[in-house]
Design a protein around this ligand. Structure first.
Ligand SMILES: [Zn+2]
Length: 172
């Protein structure tokens, strides 16, 4: 299905099921990921997404926002594509988690935080973006999680060196 047909079909479904007005305001969760690679940009994430999820009808990265680390995207640069632009659901969690794929904003930091610490500027960009989204959609801190600590998911993402305790304090 091409992009135009897909948007038309999903808009009609959304209008019928959820009401066109509530759809862009439905976000209830934020889920943090890392890319698992040392460098990356939208094009790379898109290629990986196509390899891993060839049947996703949405030809866009599986996350809503990406935060760069200076390799591919600028350090702390926030990038997004039409999945975010049209408030489409994410493809960043397993099928156990349809709720958070539909109602959760996926944020991916470029980097592998099993191997390296999160650069401070990239971390600060994540805190700013997360706080802004929490305010915009009235999302409580309890609904912000790392991928691996999300119920139903078993992964180390966003990496054992991601400063989760500090992050939770910073967004509280
Ligand atoms: Zn993840």
């Amino acid at each position: 299905m091409n992009r135009r047909k897909f948007i038309l079909a999903s808009s009609l479904l959304a209008a019928a099921g959820l009401g066109v007005w509530s759809w862009p305001r439905r976000w209830r969760y934020i889920v943090i990921h890392h890319s698992g690679g040392a460098s990356g940009d939208l094009a790379l994430l898109q290629r990986v997404h196509r390899e891993r999820q060839p049947n996703d009808p949405i030809h866009a990265i599986p996350y809503h926002y990406v935060i760069g680390n200076g390799h591919g995207l600028a350090m702390g640069e926030v990038a997004s594509d039409w999945r975010q632009e049209y408030d489409l659901w994410g493809g960043h969690l397993t099928l156990h988690n349809l709720t958070r794929n539909f109602l959760g904003i996926g944020v991916c930091l470029i980097g592998d935080f099993e191997k390296r610490d999160v650069p401070e500027s990239q971390y600060q960009a994540l805190v700013r973006l997360t706080r802004a989204l929490m305010t915009r959609y009235d999302i409580p801190a309890a609904n912000v999680s790392g991928h691996g600590m999300t119920p139903g998911e078993s992964t180390q993402c966003p990496g054992s060196r991601f400063p989760m305790a500090r992050f939770q304090r910073d967004i509280a």
